[in-house]
Structures are given as structure tokens and as C-alpha cells.
Design a protein around this ligand. Structure first.
Ligand code: BTN
Length: 242
């Protein structure tokens, strides 16, 4: 890490990490206590009240183009899962493409944004939000089932959590860059919250229903439906129990 930015309040650490690229850094870490414009996938907001979440983003240059990074959000999810396992939480599962769940409730999310891409390298922002101790009043503001570390009985400072996440995340990123997603496929399928279940996958324009068969070598979701086995690519999909 070439640059560390710690702030008390940020709009979004993903924007801070984009700025780090603009300032010429290739590997930067931006962490904050609170976000005023925390963003999630598909235009959602990410509730980030003071000290309740661990919110951080990595600005990361890869020596491959974005086309080779399809499984990145899955690799990040796995790193979060193994960090939490080392902290004592063994019941964490993953929802394709990027949610970290406990008992099907969302504990953490990953937002990946691309800042630059050529065929031989790319600049990517990896934003991670982990619910640590959310105030009870947030319950009505979050539109999906969620949980936090405190209600899972895990007492851990956000600093210790960040250190543990980086310990798992940084080696996973270089392994992924070198070896691609196929190397991680089995590990992801072992953590899949929905494997073998009938799910409905929606994009903005279409939806598919089928039995979830895990992911393939590039990280695409395999759905077995009426018309056979379908590999669903892209990061803008949501999975709901049918
Ligand atoms: C999602 O599940 O929709 C993704 C949530 C990602 C939230 C994190 S918090 C740190 C970083 N900054 C943001 O604005 N978003 C990500």
C-alpha cells in the first residue's frame, strides 16, 4: 500500500480511492468513520452512520485488463469470509455476485468500480462495507434483511477487523491476478448460500429462474432452468429466492 487515507467523514471511500488514482497512486487504502454518500450496487445507498460500519476502499492496479477480472467480487467475498472465520465466525456464506451473509442476512457488501482499463492493465476500486454495530434505528432504513457483528456476538474493534481483512484480502488479490478465478472456484462453491436451490436472477431487462449450480471457472453463475444450463455473467444481477 503506497497511500493510506484515514478520515473522520467521507462522501464515499470509493470516490476517495478514485481520487488516489488521479493523484498517481497505484495501491491506496481509504478508510473512514462515516460516509455521507455511501453507495451500494445498482444505485442503492449504503447506510454508513458514524462508527457503525467498517467502510473502506482499495485503489488497486492490476496487471491484467478488466475482462480478466470477472470473478473479482467473488474473490473479495471469499477473503472477507475467511477473515471472519479467523475471528471466530464460522457460519458466513456468500451470495453471488458479492454479498456476505449470515443466516441469509446481509453482513457485508462489495462495490467494485473501474477507474481505468486497457488490454494489459486496469485500475479498480474495491469498496467494502461491513456492518459492525449498527444503531437499532437503522432497521427501518435498510430495505433487505441484514445483520451486524455485534448481534452475531463478535466483539472486535474496527481496526482489528480491518487488519484481519487486509491479511486475507491482499494475498487473495495477488493470487487472483496470477492464477485467475478457476483456482478459487471450489472454495466459492463451498461457501455458496444458494447452491442447489431454485433462485430467480434478474437484470434490468430480463430474469431467469433455475436451480443454482454454483459458479464456473470465470465466476459466472450457473443456473439450470427449463432451457438447460445457463451461465450468467456480469455484476449487475440480483439473486432472490424464487
Ligand atoms: C452492496 O452490497 O451493494 C455494496 C456495498 C458497498 C459499500 C462500501 S462501504 C465502503 C465503500 N464506499 C462506498 O460508497 N461503498 C463501498
Amino acid at each position: 500500500i503506497e497511500c493510506l487515507q484515514l478520515s473522520v467523514c467521507s462522501g464515499s471511500t470509493n470516490s476517495d480511492a478514485m481520487d488516489a488514482f488521479r493523484h498517481g497512486y497505484h495501491r491506496a487504502l481509504c478508510v473512514t468513520e462515516q460516509q455521507t454518500q455511501g453507495r451500494g450496487r445498482r444505485g442503492r445507498t449504503w447506510a454508513s452512520p458514524f462508527a457503525a460500519n467498517l467502510c473502506f476502499s482499495l485503489a488497486w492496479r492490476f496487471s491484467v485488463g478488466v475482462a480478466a477480472l470477472e470473478g473479482l467480487s467473488l474473490v473479495v467475498g471469499m477473503a472477507i469470509r475467511s477473515a471472519l472465520a479467523e475471528l471466530g465466525l464460522s457460519n458466513v456464506t456468500l451470495k453471488w455476485p458479492n454479498d456476505v451473509l449470515i443466516e441469509l442476512k446481509k453482513l457485508a457488501g462489495v462495490l467494485i468500480e473501474v477507474s481505468g482499463d486497457t488490454s494489459i492493465e486496469s485500475q479498480v476500486v474495491i469498496g467494502i462495507g461491513v456492518n459492525v454495530a449498527m444503531p437499532a434505528k437503522m432497521a427501518s432504513e435498510i430495505d433487505q434483511p441484514w445483520t451486524d457483528l455485534r448481534s452475531q456476538g463478535l466483539v472486535c474493534t474496527r481496526t482489528d477487523l480491518l487488519i484481519m481483512l487486509l491479511k486475507h484480502l491482499l494475498p487473495a488479490l495477488s493470487e487472483f491476478e496470477k492464477r485467475g478465478f478457476a483456482h478459487f472456484k471450489q472454495q466459492w462453491n463451498d461457501a455458496d448460500a444458494f447452491k442447489g436451490q431454485v433462485v430467480c436472477v434478474k437484470t434490468l431487462s430480463q430474469s431467469w429462474e433455475g436451480v443454482c449450480q454454483g459458479v464456473n471457472d470465470s465466476g459466472a453463475l450457473l443456473l439450470k432452468g427449463a432451457s438447460g444450463l445457463q451461465a450468467l455473467h456480469g455484476g449487475e444481477l440480483s439473486v432472490r429466492l424464487a
